[in-house]
Design a protein around this ligand. Structure first.
Ligand SMILES: O=C(O)c1ccc[n+]([C@@H]2O[C@H](COP(=O)([O-])O)[C@@H](O)[C@H]2O)c1
Ligand SMILES: Cc1cc2nc[nH]c2cc1C
Length: 352
């Protein structure tokens, strides 16, 4: 595949890490008492290269696309729900719309290849925004051949890079919508991390046990039909979706720009998995929002060496988990920037 990918530098900076740890240890609290929030603060400082990280103009990017595989009955819902939910995101009534509004996250919905084109609308400042970056009206059926051509996949990657390049701020939250896309995530996990397909395949939007067995059989066919696609970009083209490829491009661009990347559930993790196989330092910029209820997400998190912040049994996608985790990132920054040190507050910080 011919595509120029952005360079993602290694962020390892031992003196800064030590300075951040020292700053946290001198805040007015027992050593380590803010638990995981302290690790989060450390990570945000490392990403931004400062002892006083600050989050600005956070962007929630929800990428949407349809999947040829959906015709094989791999989802509990029909493909039409994809465009209908895109309309709902833009109208302000979906979970991610509500949560983005609550937390002051600018919502951008990208039509990366929804089967039915979502009509353009007027731009209203602060309201959800629609970006058209349609590669095609849904992918091909991966159970009989590649889901995308390499050129289509490269186009989707470039679209994701372009969207992020044009965004303000220093934090990107990832979301997605696409009936059939838990299948895509399962296939990429199986192919790129070598996890047995049965352990990657789950209920998605709500299949019962018989439905999951049917889904698994279709996914076995997809792996067999694309047996040669073993490298990350080949696998993405053969097994992926337009929204997952667009997210992969967005992740690479955001990582190259040292934005904080807040990863949502099973599907956005699959985009990060591909990006991390291409540029491992991507993971240094990622904050994993939550552990999804979807079967396979545990393996996915393991493959990404990720420790998610929340465990709420969410299995919605859209970026809902990323939005819910957002205030924790804001709190972590405030701890570093605003909490008093022992010296400043006149509190005796010496342990007996
Ligand atoms: O993010 C997750 O972990 C997650 C888990 C299960 C389902 N989803 C959402 O449900 C849709 C995919 O489910 P399915 O059953 O159609 O493959 C897609 O729109 C996702 O946003 C998302
Ligand atoms: C209603 C509905 C909303 C969603 N949001 C993300 N995936 C979804 C799938 C369905 C079916």
């Amino acid at each position: 595949m011919i595509i120029d990918l952005p360079f993602v530098a290694d962020l390892t900076d031992l003196p800064l890490t030590q300075a951040l740890q020292h700053k946290l240890d001198n805040k007015t609290k027992p050593l380590g008492a803010l638990g995981r929030l302290e690790q989060l603060a450390l990570r945000l400082g490392q990403i931004q290269g400062t002892e006083s990280p600050m989050l600005q103009a956070p962007q929630m990017l929800v990428c949407a696309g349809d999947h040829g595989l959906a015709a094989k009955g791999v989802s509990a819902y029909p493909s039409d729900v994809t465009w209908q939910m895109v309309e709902n995101f833009l109208a302000g009534g979906a979970a991610v719309s509500v949560l983005a509004r609550q937390h002051g996250l600018q919502l951008t919905v990208a039509d990366c290849g929804v089967a039915r084109e979502v009509p353009a609308r007027d731009v209203v400042p602060g309201a959800p925004r629609l970006v058209h970056c349609r590669v095609a009206a849904g992918t091909q059926d991966a159970s009989v051949g590649p889901a995308m051509t390499e050129a289509q996949c490269a186009q989707a990657l470039r679209n994701g890079m372009d969207i992020v390049r044009a965004m303000p701020g220093n934090a990107l939250l990832l979301g997605e919508m696409g009936i059939g896309n838990t299948s895509v995530a399962s296939l990429l996990l199986a192919r790129l991390a070598g996890v047995p397909l049965a352990e990657c395949t789950g209920a998605g939007t709500g299949l019962d046990a018989a439905g999951i067995a049917r889904k698994q059989a279709v996914l076995e066919q997809a792996l067999a039909a694309n047996a040669g696609a073993t490298q990350p970009l080949e696998a993405l083209a053969a097994l992926g979706g337009f929204e997952v490829a667009t997210l992969t491009g967005a992740v690479l661009q955001a990582a190259a720009e040292r934005r904080v990347i807040v990863v949502d559930g099973f599907i956005t993790c699959a985009a990060v998995l591909v990006a991390a196989r291409l540029a491992p330092a991507v993971l240094q910029r990622c904050v994993f929002a939550h552990r999804s209820g979807e079967r396979g997400h545990g393996h996915m998190l393991q493959a990404l060496q990720a420790q998610p912040l929340l465990d709420l049994g969410l299995r919605l996608g859209e970026g809902s988990g990323a939005a819910l985790a957002w205030p924790l990132l804001e709190s972590a920054c405030r701890v570093l920037r605003e909490m008093a040190s022992f010296q400043a507050a006149g509190v005796d910080g010496a342990m007996r």
